[in-house]
Design a protein around this ligand. Structure first.
Ligand SMILES: O=C1O[C@H](COP(=O)(O)O)[C@@H](O)[C@H](O)[C@H]1O
Length: 246
């Protein structure tokens, strides 16, 4: 397996969503030829919305054996499930309400417990139940990257970027005045495949630092995502790629 990221450049955000839908569908189909279940962690943010729409409609929807998928999330804002900022809610609205994944195979990060730490602990134990005995974690980890170089809820300058013991943790994000639950690099880097989707000029500066700059995970946390025994793919548009070397 190669640890060098593969970069796939598409003309625009729509083409990124189409390429990602095709990539994910092929990955699921091929993996399910060899094993019983497919574990996927979804990302939050705005970029995956169009991808979710495509996956939940033909031709992609009909090619995927949704009953054999197990769904997780990379991170969550600690707001109620019916709040528009909730990542799980976005995934239900745009994808999960239209496909047949059994409820017991959908693992949201709970945001209705009094203590976000308890929610993270519960998620950590679900993850250990699934992946504790295997070398790899997710068959596919979907990620976005913010303009500031954050991924998951690993934000620049936060302690959580350095967490190595826990697989899932919670913390208070001062700049947004809210708690976050997030996977850590420890479990992310056990993924069999990581797929980043990144679009728009606003991400070009961070992207060129993440891919080609000196390592500085405090400034560009997305640099911490390097699967030890898996593949990394970036599907990006020309605007996001505009500062990468030609
Ligand atoms: O805050 C978040 O944003 C990143 C990137 O989101 P996007 O809106 O630029 O697509 C996302 O990966 C993360 O899950 C989310 O919490």
């Amino acid at each position: 397996m190669s640890n060098t990221p593969e970069i796939h450049i598409q003309p625009d955000a729509e083409a990124v969503a189409v390429a990602a839908a095709a990539f994910i569908t092929e990955r699921i189909v091929k993996t399910l030829e060899k094993q019983e279940r497919f574990t996927i962690a979804l990302s939050g943010g705005s970029t995956p919305r169009r991808l979710h729409y495509l996956l939940s409609h033909p031709p992609y929807k009909d090619q995927i054996d949704w009953d054999r998928l197990h769904i997780f999330w990379g991170d969550e804002r600690y707001v109620p499930l019916d709040d528009e900022r909730n990542n799980a809610r976005m995934a239900y609205d745009t994808l999960l309400n239209y496909v047949s994944v059994p409820d017991e195979q959908v693992h949201i990060m709970k945001t209705d417990l009094p203590d976000p730490g308890e929610s993270a602990l519960q998620y950590d134990s679900i993850l250990h139940r699934y992946f504790g005995k295997s070398e790899n974690s997710f068959d596919l980890l979907l990620l976005g990257m913010g303009d500031d170089g954050h991924t998951l809820s690993l934000f620049p300058g936060t302690e959580v970027v350095h967490e190595t013991r826990k697989w899932c943790t919670s913390f208070f994000l001062e700049q947004q005045d809210m708690f976050r639950i997030t996977l850590t690099k420890s479990i992310a880097n056990r993924s069999a495949c990581v797929l980043f989707l990144t679009t728009g000029k606003g991400k070009a500066n961070a992207l060129q630092h993440v891919l080609n700059g000196p390592t500085n995970i405090n400034l560009y946390p997305a640099q911490t995502i390097q699967p030890e025994n898996g593949e990394t793919h970036w599907i990006i548009d020309t605007a996001a790629a505009s500062l990468l070397p030609k």
